[in-house]
Design a protein. Structure first.
Length: 331
């Protein structure tokens, strides 16, 4: 299980601090900018399976050991499970994190779908999806998260659900939640207070943190201090911080640092996330081997305190950031 290594702005993060997420390759449609340039023609199940396996192989070969998936990522759990089944010797070395609470409804279509996924944090959905996850992965994941919790989610107050999650934790699974929306910090702090039989229930969180949306940082530091595994998602803001998209006036400081250091914008964005002392794992959402290789160069970047301070000007108000994210097209 990943733990928090001692690190900071003066130390380049190791590759063990990075993970690979499968949201962009487990289904034909997602909201990452420029996906039409990155995915196989036709986006068939077999083509996407092969792409996922190639990325998993490349990430593992590079030193990545944390792999993230979810029930709602189309067939991503199936792809990850098949990859593991074909490479049984790797199972003791890798950590699989998955999530439940969304049901994929796009029926393998990339666009023209009214709703791609439906959220429901009920005991009935948990009971169904934990068994689906177990079957597709060939066993329980080491980390299992309630997907996209917000302050109004029943997952924070449903005692019957808490008992189920506590029973799963008793089987050795690190139980937690992922967060989204402008109130991520409030969600994390509410989750820190949830107990079962007088003991904290949750022990992991996956939250959006990036140079445009850093508002969850203080709450994630509190979760880290409480012993939680803290995983950063969307470190590149769904592609907004990739070289080909970081073109607006709001990203001038990032482009200037890239020009001065010779690093790519995406690597700098991920290195900035990994420089947070509370960040245990920072996910790459790469859809191509080239993107993955570029993302993982973040592990070789020593960002000085002055570099990190210069990048704080990219931050947007949380509400504005999440409005922009909600407007991104599924493609």
């Amino acid at each position: 299980m990943p733990t928090a290594p001692a690190t900071g702005p003066a130390a380049a993060p190791s590759l063990a601090r990075f993970g690979l997420g499968t949201a962009a390759v487990g289904r034909p449609g997602y909201i990452t900018l420029g996906r039409e340039l990155d995915l196989p023609a036709g986006r068939t199940v077999e083509a996407m399976r092969e792409r996922t396996h190639d990325l998993l192989d490349a990430a593992y070969a590079a030193g990545v050991r944390y792999f993230d998936t979810a029930r709602s990522y189309g067939r991503a759990e199936e792809f990850v499970g098949g990859w593991l089944a074909a490479r049984p010797r790797l199972a003791p070395e890798v950590v699989i994190g998955s999530k439940w609470g969304y049901t994929y409804t796009a029926d393998w279509r990339a666009s023209g779908v009214p709703v791609h996924e439906v959220k429901e944090h009920s005991t009935a959905v948990f009971d169904r999806q934990i068994e689906e996850t177990r079957q597709l992965l060939g066993g329980l994941p080491q980390v299992y998260l309630v997907h996209s919790v917000t302050p109004d989610s029943p997952a924070l107050g449903d005692r019957a659900l808490h008992e189920r999650l506590a029973a799963l934790a008793a089987e050795g699974v690190r139980v937690g939640l992922s967060t989204s929306g402008p109130a991520q910090a409030a969600t994390v702090r509410a989750a820190l207070e949830v107990t079962v039989a007088g003991r904290p229930l949750f022990a992991a969180v996956q939250s959006t943190w990036n140079l445009l949306e850093p508002s969850a940082g203080p709450a994630l530091a509190e979760a880290h201090a409480a012993g939680w595994l803290v995983v950063v998602k969307e470190g590149m803001a769904n592609g907004r911080l990739a070289d080909r998209n970081a073109t607006g006036p709001g990203t001038v400081a990032l482009r200037e640092l890239a020009a001065r250091t010779g690093a790519s914008c995406d690597a700098l964005a991920l290195a900035a996330a990994a420089a947070r002392p509370w960040a245990d794992i920072v996910l790459s959402g790469a859809a191509t081997a080239e993107q993955l290789a570029s993302n993982l160069t973040a592990a070789g970047l020593d960002l000085a305190a002055a570099d990190l301070a210069a990048l704080t000007v990219l931050a947007e108000p949380a509400e504005a950031y999440w409005r922009s994210r909600a407007a991104l097209p599924w493609e």
